[in-house]
Every structure is written in structure tokens, then in C-alpha cells.
Design a protein around this ligand. Structure first.
Ligand SMILES: Cc1cc2nc3c(=O)[nH]c(=O)nc-3n(C[C@H](O)[C@H](O)[C@H](O)COP(=O)(O)OP(=O)(O)OC[C@H]3O[C@@H](n4cnc5c(N)ncnc54)[C@H](O)[C@@H]3O)c2cc1C
Length: 398
């Protein structure tokens, strides 16, 4: 593939946040080769955070989600095309239009998709919320009438959709199997504050609860759901937010190591392959501080990882990525920020700051050596920097 006169070619699969950021960063890092960005959605690259927030409530136009990075030529953005197979030994991808494309470097930024709920048959009533099309569909629905929404899963997406639908005066029931809201990332104190925000804003929150039976009308009228708490709900719409799965099926016959995503090192390089990389929601990235592979499904890690892959390809920065996990969520007017990796064994303690904001509250999560390993800040973003420093220092002392 290489030789005199050969121009390097990087193909990126997945034209969303990580894909576009990687393309733009390659140029910033001085990469002069050809870049091809392939995406199976038909929209120009867009970001997802506004979809469940301002786009859904109508506070922002749909265009707010569009990503605006410019990539200097030679650059080709090919939309509506899906990669279906990878022959790593030949450095070739097969596409769903039966064409193929060769590469010198391949970057996988093909993200994740919502996990489906077996109890619910496919229907106009049931929405797995992930894409711009999903957001437009739900936004149209919540704006044209007032109805009854059932949200299954009180994680990031479910909680935000519940909050946005309440803002549109929909009647919202939020169901979760767990006894506490966002229990994977929040301790009891923080969970109860978020729970309280939902209840104060009129969300009918049902915890330790699941769907036991569903009669779903395929045309979207007259659906009825029975819950494990013995109640029955008539619903106009159901949104499911029970987690995501990495989009790796099409790579099953490649030589890549797949385990809850594409296994990559701390520079984004796929295990045992020199010229294939992954970043963002599809990547199971080795984190030096935690000493293991982690798949983050958040905006900042997708951006950081994409930039790191670009620097690795360009050869401008070969240091490992050692980022502190960070995510945020907006619910009922509150900004909730998450730092570090929480663990159920950690002790939750309220964090005290000198200039406490009257409404906000923050919690630290401490290991049994008394080190602060994670934190959640609720409406106290002014303190993000100092909390970040504390957790970073405690990770360095591991
Ligand atoms: C509604 C919503 C709200 C969010 N809000 C927040 C937030 O407030 N804060 C936060 O930190 N994070 C948030 N996130 C998470 C954040 O948006 C994701 O971590 C981020 O989108 C990951 O980017 P990505 O480029 O890795 O993957 P994706 O955004 O999933 O993009 C992958 C792209 O690749 C395409 N693709 C898949 N397979 C193929 C293939 N074989 N060939 C071609 N194309 C393919 C997909 O269709 C998709 O367009 C939110 C996510 C959602 C869904």
C-alpha cells in the first residue's frame, strides 16, 4: 500500500461526534492524506446531547444539534452508506452498496444503539431514543397534542426525556427496575435529590417496577401497559432508555478483539493491529489509571478519544489518554455533573464548599482508604474544577 507517490488514506466509519472530531483533529495535527468519513445516517454529522433536552422541548431548533467542524480537503463525507464487513489483512471495507473501499488507517467510530425491550413489540407507539429522527418524531408528537408518556428506564436518556416531556405538559410515568434512580452512578443521597426533582415536577416515578404485560396498538392508538406494582396505564407513547450496545456485529468476522466494544489500547489502537483504531461509544478503551478497559458512553470521552486517535495516526502525540471520566445531564432545570468512576462499595459523603449555592448539592464517593474517587455535582458547576483536581490526585495515588 505504501510507496513512492502513495498518499495515505484514512477511512473513518461513523459520521457522528467521534468520527467528525477525528477527521478535523487529523488536519489540525498536520495529517495531509485523504480522509473519507462514512456514515449510515442521512443527516450531516450532529451531536446527540441537545436531542433529549432543548430540541425535544422545542427551546432550540433542530439545527442546534448540527456539528460545525470544517475538514480541509482532500476530504470526502459519504452519508447513507454502511460498512458491512472488514478484511483487516487486505485493508479493505465492504459497504452495503456492494462497493468496497481500501485504507491505510481505519478509525471505527460507529457508536452504539439502544438495547431493545423484549416485552414490547415494534410499534409506532414505542420509541428507542437515540437519533435526530427519533427526536423529531417525539418532538412533533409532544408539541401537537398533550398525552400520556411512559418512560422505561430512569438513566440519563429516560430521565431527560421524562423531564422534557413534562415541560410540554405531558403526563409522564417513569419506571425503573432499580429501587433508586441512576443507582449505577449515584449513591443514596444524590439519588434521592434527583428523585425529588422528578416528583416535584410532576413525574409519576415508579421504582422497583417493570412492565409485566403490554397490549401495544401497532398504529399508535389505545395502548395499555400493566406494571409489576399491579397498576395498569393507558399510554399514547412509550420511550425506552435501558442502555446501549456497541455497534460491533458487522466486525464479528474480522480479526479484531471484541468484548463490549472494540478493544483498544490507551492510544485507541486496536489490539494486535497497527492501523485500526476505535473511539467513542464503540471503543472499549484501556484506561491507565484504572488498569482496565472501559467503554464510556459520553460526549467528552468521545471527543477526547477521537482527538487522541488523530494524534496517534499523525504521530504528534503518543502519550496515553488518561482522562477523568466526565458526563453531565440536564433534568428539570438542574445541571447534574458526574466525575470519575463510581462503585457501590464507595462511601457517599456530602461535599462542602465555602460559597455553597443555596439550591445545589454535591456528593463525593470515597474508597476504603478515604480517597475521593468519584463525585456528582447538582447545580454546583462552579466547583467542578476543584473536585476534578481532588479526584485526579487521588487516582494518581493508587
Ligand atoms: C439523546 C442523547 C443525549 C445525550 N446527552 C448526553 C449528555 O448530556 N452528556 C453526555 O456526556 N453525553 C450525552 N450523550 C452521549 C453522547 O451523545 C455519546 O457518547 C456520543 O454521541 C458518542 O459519539 P460517537 O460518535 O462515539 O457515537 P454515535 O453518536 O453513536 O455515532 C455513531 C455513528 O455511526 C453510525 N454507524 C454505526 N454503524 C455504522 C456502520 N457500520 N457504517 C456506517 N455508519 C455506522 C451510527 O448510525 C452513528 O451515526 C447523549 C446521547 C444521547 C443518545
Amino acid at each position: 500500500m505504501t510507496g513512492p507517490g502513495h498518499q495515505s488514506k484514512t477511512v473513518i466509519v461513523g459520521a457522528s461526534l467521534a468520527g467528525l472530531r477525528c477527521a478535523a483533529s487529523l488536519r489540525r495535527e498536520g495529517y495531509e492524506g485523504e480522509i473519507v468519513l462514512l456514515g449510515n445516517e442521512r443527516h450531516s454529522p450532529y451531536q446527540r446531547p441537545p436531542l433529549s433536552k432543548a430540541v425535544l422541548t422545542g427551546r432550540a431548533p433542530i439545527e442546534r444539534a448540527t456539528l460545525r467542524s470544517q475538514v480541509a480537503p482532500p476530504f470526502e463525507l459519504r452519508l447513507g452508506v454502511e460498512a458491512t464487513a472488514l478484511a483487516a489483512e487486505d485493508q479493505v471495507l465492504t459497504l452495503d452498496d456492494r462497493s468496497s473501499i481500501s485504507y491505510d488507517h481505519l478509525v471505527l467510530t460507529c457508536g452504539a444503539r439502544p438495547r431493545h425491550l423484549a416485552a414490547l413489540p415494534p410499534s409506532e407507539t414505542v420509541l428507542y431514543f437515540r437519533t435526530l429522527d427519533d427526536a423529531v418524531r417525539l418532538r412533533t408528537r409532544v408539541q401537537e397534542s398533550i398525552g400520556r408518556l411512559l418512560v422505561v428506564g430512569a438513566g440519563f436518556i429516560g430521565s431527560e426525556v421524562a423531564s422534557s416531556a413534562r415541560e410540554q405538559n405531558w403526563q409522564v410515568t417513569l419506571v425503573d427496575l432499580d429501587a433508586r434512580i441512576m443507582s449505577r452512578v449515584l449513591g443514596e443521597g444524590a439519588s434521592s435529590i434527583v428523585e425529588q426533582r422528578h416528583r416535584e415536577n410532576g413525574v409519576d416515578l415508579r421504582l422497583s417496577c417493570s412492565i409485566s404485560e403490554a397490549e401495544i396498538d401497532r398504529d399508535g392508538e389505545n395502548s395499555r401497559v400493566s406494571l409489576s406494582d399491579g397498576s395498569t396505564l393507558d399510554v399514547d407513547m412509550i420511550v425506552v432508555g435501558i442502555g446501549v450496545e456497541a455497534n460491533t456485529e458487522w466486525l464479528a468476522n474480522s480479526s479484531l478483539t471484541l468484548d463490549n466494544g472494540v478493544i483498544v489500547d490507551a492510544n485507541g489502537r486496536a489490539e494486535g493491529v497497527n492501523n485500526i483504531y476505535a473511539a467513542g461509544d464503540v471503543a472499549s478503551w484501556f484506561h491507565p489509571a484504572y488498569g482496565r478497559h472501559l467503554r464510556f458512553e459520553h460526549f467528552e470521552s468521545a471527543t477526547n478519544q477521537a482527538q487522541k486517535v488523530a494524534a496517534t495516526i499523525a504521530g504528534t502525540d503518543l502519550s496515553p489518554l488518561d482522562e477523568l471520566p466526565f458526563a453531565w445531564s440536564d433534568q428539570h432545570g438542574s445541571v447534574i455533573q458526574f466525575l470519575g468512576l463510581s462503585d457501590p462499595s464507595y462511601l457517599e459523603r456530602s461535599l462542602e464548599f465555602s460559597d455553597e449555592s443555596p439550591h445545589g448539592q454535591s456528593f463525593g464517593y470515597y474508597d476504603d482508604h478515604g480517597r475521593c474517587r468519584a463525585a456528582v455535582l447538582i447545580d454546583q458547576s462552579a466547583h467542578l474544577g476543584e473536585v476534578k483536581t481532588t479526584i485526579t490526585q487521588s487516582l494518581r495515588s493508587l
